[in-house]
Design a protein around this ligand. Structure first.
Ligand code: IPE
Ligand code: IPE
Ligand code: MG
Length: 244
């Protein structure tokens, strides 16, 4: 079962939206003399545990960077292995949907994925709309820059068609043209795997997010690490440009 009951600490605030760059699978495998694919497999299990935990602590939105617009540069073997894993998990999501009560969304250009994956993602998103548990946003063939360009194109098209004028564009309206329309910006972005960069993740949405970096590789990342990130977040002084 993807989601089950879990013990959680109760005495600390939890952000509304946490986003995670699930990085470090390849290095995790290499360290063990295994093929990179083996790291993705264990990484997918780490996602299962974290999603389960996120639901248990009452998180409203969990956005995970699953496959970037740049990850196509990898070997065909690795890309296929990742796509196979995605299919396996999507089938599981569809099967256990009623039990889990989790909403699923997909951010990214799905048109480059296999027709079967596209259909399963469409079904998972459509059928799970009615649930009120945590919302999991999978960033799949996602890139922050591509998302911004796509939003700009949509707005430009509406202007050309006479539906709106350029000066009517506001930050709120632009946000509504993103994949994440209607989802509040993440307060906390976590990047395991030791790299200190965003790698094109949620560029627009994370303008004022707090970042938490850790050397822990994603397959080893568990609820304790998530709690450490939340504790670090709770200790931050968010000023949003003010002088508090
Ligand atoms: C993240 O782990 C998973 C994907 C990008 C699909 P990596 O595969 O990037 O692992 P490292 O960074 O090479 O260790
Ligand atoms: C970011 O990790 C993308 C995902 C985790 C899906 P990458 O491994 O692709 O990023 P870089 O290459 O280290 O910047
Ligand atoms: Mg990586």
């Amino acid at each position: 079962m993807l989601f089950r009951k879990q013990k959680t600490p109760a005495d600390r605030p939890v952000p509304t939206h946490i986003a995670i760059v699930m990085d470090g699978n390849g290095r995790w495998a290499r360290k063990r003399g295994m093929p990179r694919q083996a790291g993705h497999k264990v990484g997918a299990e780490a996602f299962r545990t974290i999603a389960n935990y996120a639901k248990a602590i009452g998180l409203k939105y969990l956005t995970v960077y699953t496959f970037s617009t740049e990850n196509w540069k990898r070997s065909e073997e690795e890309v296929n292995a990742i796509m196979d894993l995605l299919e396996k998990y999507l089938r599981e999501i569809l099967r256990d949907m009623d039990k889990n009560q989790v909403r699923f969304c997909f951010f990214g250009d799905m048109s480059r994925l296999s027709p079967q994956l596209q259909e399963e993602a469409r079904l998972a998103a459509g059928e799970s709309k009615k649930y009120s548990g945590v919302q999991v946003n999978f960033c799949l063939n996602y890139g922050g820059r591509a998302e911004i360009v796509r939003a700009a194109q949509k707005f430009a098209r509406d202007c050309v068609e006479g539906k709106c004028r350029p000066e009517e564009l506001t930050q709120e309206r632009f946000s509504d043209l993103m994949y994440s329309a209607g989802v509040p910006d993440p307060e906390l972005v976590i990047r395991p795997g030791g790299e200190l960069r965003t790698s094109n993740f949620l560029l627009w949405q994370s303008a004022y997010a707090e970042y938490y970096f850790t050397d822990v590789l994603w397959p080893d990342f568990g609820p304790k690490d998530l709690e450490k990130a939340i504790a670090a977040y709770n200790g931050r002084n968010r000023r949003f440009g003010g002088a508090k």
